[in-house]
Design a binder for this molecule. Structure first.
Ligand code: HAM
Length: 435
C-alpha cells in the first residue's frame, strides 16, 4: 500500500509557536506582573477564550477591532460566537454574571485574537497581562492602576517607556467632543487621506489616531477635549495628574490620544516604548469604562483597567538588552553507561526526594551524554557505570566546577546531594529578574 500524501503544516499567518527558552521568559514576565499586582490586592480571573459575539459588539461597533478584525463564526448550535480580541469585555461580562462583592480587583493573562495585518510587534494571536477594577469611582484608583503598570515596567528593567495621559470626559463630554472633532474634520475634508475620510464616516475620534503624514496637519489643529470638559471630569483628571506627580510616575499629556476601543470614559492612557518603531510602540494601554457593565446588562458600575502587550514588551526588552531568557536549571542529570533499570530507578528516587532530575534514554557515549548534561543546565551529573553498579555506588560530578568528582554509595546519594552546598536551582522559586 502506498503512503498517503504527507502535508507539511505550518502555524497560521500572524500566529507563532513559542519554544523554550522564550516560553520560560514569558512565564517569568507573567510571574513578575502577578507578583506586582497581587501585592496590591488583585486576584486572578480566567475568562474563556470564546464568548457570545454580543459581548464584543459592546466593545465598539464602530472600531476596527470589532468590525474588521474579529474571529467570529457560527457555532454548531447556530449561535454567533467570537474568539476574544481583548479581555476587558469578557471580564466585565463575568462580573455581571457572578455579581462578586465590589470593589472587584482582578488580574489576568492570556491570548487574544485580532485578524490584523501581521508585522513585527503586530500579530493575530498575541498575549496580554492586565488588571480590571469594578465598582470604584475614585481618581486615586486610576493612579493606583497606572502606577502598578509603571512599577511592573521598572521591575523588568525597561527604561524607555513613556506614559501618555488623556481624558475623554464624561459620557456627554465625549459626545460633544466627537461632534467638535467631526465638524473640524468635515471642514478640512479636502486635506484628508481616503482612509481618514472612511474612518471619519464611522468614528471621527479614530481619525485623531492617524499616523499618515497627509492627515497630521488637520489632526494637529483639531479641538482638544479640554475645550468641552465638564467640571467633574476636569476635577477627576486633575486629581489623577496630582496623584501621579506625588507618586513620581512621569507622564506626558496627550490631548488627542484616543484609544482603539469605544468603551472609554474619563481617564485614558497608553504606554509607548521609545525603543520600538512608532507604528507598534504601544506596549500597554487602558482607561475608565464606566458604562460598560450597564451595556452588558449589569447595574451601573464604574470600571477601570489596563492591558499590557507581552509580545511587544519582550521586543522592547530585546531592544534594551534587559530581561533575557532564564537559564535552564536542573539539579541532577543521570548519565547511563550500563543500560537496564539502574538509571530509571535512580532518576525516580532523585525526583521522589525532591531533586529536579533528567536522564539520558538509549545510552550513548560518555562524551555525548556529558554534553547533554551540560546543556540541561544541571548542577551535578551522576554517572552510572559497570564498576559503580558492581560496587553499589555512583560517581558524582559537580558541573559548576566545584569539588572534584567522587564515588558515593548509591544509598547515600540523596543525602550527599542535600548536604552539598545548596543548589540555587532547587526546588524552583520563580526567578523575578532573570538576566
Ligand atoms: P489595546 O490598546 O487594544 O487595549 O491593547 C493593549 C495592548 O495589547 C497594546 O498596547 C499592545 O501592547 C497589545 N496589542 C494589541 N494588539 C496587538 C497585536 N495585534 N499584536 C501584538 N500586541 C498587541 C485593550 O486590549 C484593552 N482591553 C485594555 C484595557 C483594559 N482597557 C481597560 N482595561
Amino acid at each position: 500500500m502506498s503512503r498517503p500524501d504527507r502535508t507539511e503544516f505550518r502555524s497560521l499567518t500572524g500566529m507563532r509557536d513559542v519554544l523554550w527558552p522564550e516560553s520560560a521568559r514569558r512565564r517569568a514576565l507573567v510571574d513578575v506582573f502577578a507578583a506586582v499586582v497581587e501585592a496590591a490586592g488583585y486576584r486572578e480571573v480566567r475568562p474563556p477564550l470564546l464568548e457570545d459575539l454580543g459581548v464584543f459588539l459592546r466593545v465598539g461597533e464602530t472600531t476596527d477591532v470589532v468590525t474588521k478584525e474579529m474571529y467570529d463564526f457560527e457555532d454548531k448550535d447556530g449561535s454567533r460566537v467570537a474568539l476574544r480580541p481583548e479581555l476587558t469585555a469578557g471580564v466585565v461580562r463575568a462580573f455581571v454574571q457572578h455579581s462578586p462583592p465590589v470593589p472587584w480587583k482582578v488580574w489576568y493573562e492570556g491570548a487574544n485574537f485580532r485578524h490584523e495585518r501581521p508585522q513585527k510587534g503586530r500579530y493575530r494571536s498575541f498575549e496580554q497581562v492586565g488588571v480590571e477594577v469594578l465598582g470604584v469611582d475614585d481618581p486615586d484608583l486610576d493612579v493606583e492602576v497606572i502606577a502598578l503598570a509603571w512599577r511592573f515596567y521598572e521591575a523588568i528593567g525597561l527604561r524607555s517607556v513613556r506614559l501618555l495621559l488623556n481624558t475623554l470626559g464624561e459620557h456627554d463630554d465625549r459626545a460633544r467632543y466627537t461632534e467638535a472633532v467631526r465638524d473640524h474634520l468635515e471642514a478640512h475634508r479636502g486635506d484628508l487621506s481616503d482612509q481618514a475620510l472612511a474612518t471619519l464616516a464611522r468614528n471621527p475620534l479614530r481619525v485623531l489616531d492617524s499616523k499618515r503624514p497627509q492627515d497630521r496637519a488637520v489632526v494637529e489643529s483639531a479641538p482638544v477635549i479640554a475645550d468641552v470638559l465638564s467640571a467633574p471630569a476636569a476635577e477627576h483628571f486633575a486629581r489623577v495628574r496630582e496623584g501621579l506627580e506625588v507618586l513620581g510616575v512621569p507622564y506626558t499629556e496627550a490631548p488627542r490620544l484616543v484609544r482603539g476601543l469605544d468603551y472609554y470614559r474619563r481617564t485614558t492612557f497608553e504606554f509607548a516604548a521609545e525603543s520600538l518603531d512608532a507604528a507598534q510602540n504601544a506596549v500597554g494601554g487602558g482607561g475608565r469604562y464606566d458604562g460598560l457593565a450597564e451595556d452588558l446588562g449589569g447595574p451601573p458600575t464604574d470600571g477601570i483597567g489596563l492591558a499590557l502587550g507581552v509580545d511587544r514588551i519582550l521586543l522592547a526588552c530585546d531592544a534594551e538588552g534587559v530581561f533575557g531568557a532564564p537559564e535552564a536549571v536542573l539539579d541532577v542529570y543521570v548519565v547511563d553507561l550500563v543500560g537496564g533499570a539502574a538509571a530509571r530507578d535512580l532518576t525516580h528516587e532523585l525526583r521522589a526526594a525532591g531533586f529536579s532530575a533528567d536522564r539520558r534514554f538509549g545510552g550513548g557515549s560518555m562524551k555525548s551524554q556529558m554534553k547533554s548534561a551540560d546543556r540541561s543546565g544541571a548542577r551535578w551529573a551522576v554517572l552510572v557505570g559497570d564498576d559503580e553498579v558492581a560496587a553499589g555506588e555512583v560517581t558524582l560530578r559537580d558541573l559548576r566546577g566545584g569539588a572534584d568528582q567522587r564515588r558515593v554509595p548509591r544509598d547515600r546519594l540523596t543525602a550527599e546531594l542535600a548536604g552539598s552546598q545548596p543548589s540555587e536551582t532547587q526546588p524552583s522559586e520563580p526567578e523575578v529578574e532573570p538576566t
